[in-house]
Design a protein around this ligand. Structure first.
Ligand code: NAP
Length: 279
């Protein structure tokens, strides 16, 4: 049976450092970091995660606000809001929740002042990141690396397979893993014979957005499996990995929920503090 990777514990350890950094920022410069979370009320918006972020902010001493907008919001209306937040002195970071299909997250992210781009998705920050900068790195990727390293594994020379190549997850995490000297393969929906790749992985990162994408027979014995997926199935949240099958084969696996989610939230808030330090 696999060991459980406890995302809540990893998140809690990170919170202690962030709390210290915030106290320092307040004492030295009188700054309270501020985060604005933009949520469009659509099936993609994930208001409950925004509320979870708000609770985390409160615990840490970050001033947060959720800006809840109708699903029909236009790009022009969003641009106007972001312009206002860009010049608000008490907002140091802007987080945009997944948008409905008529809006492009990539395009909207370019409207955020790069110094407030706590998602790390502005092309300036993404470009700097690819050149090795550590300022405002993509937060989901950072969370995944933290979770993997919490197992005590040394990533150097490890064979890592990532299932998914999105801007938010697959691509940034692949680059962070390369920086750690892992050997990285990225798979996607057009990959032929996915199992042939996943079975070779010492570490398998799955961010496909579909339940049961990875079954037990697709995993190498003793692997670390990081399930990034969050899918609503009935009233339950499940990952992309068939947990019951994979826990029998893998050495380490996080639960869903309670794995990647709590750590990525904390990494987002860490970016808010880094952003506030620069403003
Ligand atoms: P996305 O933009 O939909 O990307 C999914 C990726 O998976 C795409 O690259 C797609 O390939 C690939 N894919 C889909 N089905 C596949 C299959 N059967 N075999 C191989 N590759 C497949 O999703 P995302 O934003 O990266 O999110 C992925 C999952 O992670 C979602 O469940 C999301 O809710 C979750 N998530 C969790 C957190 C967290 O903090 N816990 C944060 C972000 C996302 P193509 O490129 O060829 O289409």
């Amino acid at each position: 049976m696999a060991n459980l990777i406890d995302g809540q514990r990893v998140a809690q350890e990170a919170r202690i450092k962030i709390k210290n950094d915030i106290a320092h920022l307040q004492q030295e410069r009188g700054i309270t970091p501020g985060l604005a979370i933009i949520v469009l009320r659509s099936p993609f918006g994930r208001m409950h995660i925004a509320q979870l972020k708000e609770r985390n902010c409160k615990q840490l001493g970050i001033k947060s606000q959720i800006i809840s907008l109708p699903e029909t919001e236009t790009e022009e209306e969003l641009a106007f809001l972001i312009e206002r937040l860009n010049s608000a002195k008490d907002v140091h970071g802007i987080n945009i929740h997944p948008l409905p299909p008529h809006l492009s997250h990539t395009r909207i992210s370019q409207l955020v002042d790069p110094v407030k781009d706590v998602e790390g998705l502005h092309f300036l920050n993404m470009g700097r990141f690819l050149l090795g900068s550590t300022f405002l790195m993509p937060f989901v990727g950072r969370g995944i690396i933290n979770l993997i390293e919490s197992t005590g594994v040394n990533l150097e020379g490890k064979r890592v397979v990532i299932v998914g190549r999105s801007q938010l997850v697959g691509k940034p995490v692949s680059f962070l893993l390369l920086q750690k000297n892992a050997t990285v393969t990225i798979c996607h929906s057009e990959t032929k014979n996915l199992t042939a790749f996943t079975r070779q992985a010492d570490i398998l990162v799955v961010a496909a957005g579909h339940p049961n994408t990875i079954k037990g027979n697709m995993v190498k014995e003793g692997a670390i499996v990081i399930d990034v997926g969050v899918n609503n199935v009935g009233t339950h949240l499940v990952g992309d990995v068939d947990y019951k099958e994979v826990e029998k084969v893998a050495d380490w696996i996080p639960p869903v929920p309670g794995g990647v989610g709590p750590v990525t939230i904390v990494m987002l808030l860490d970016n808010v503090v880094r952003a506030a330090e620069q403003q």
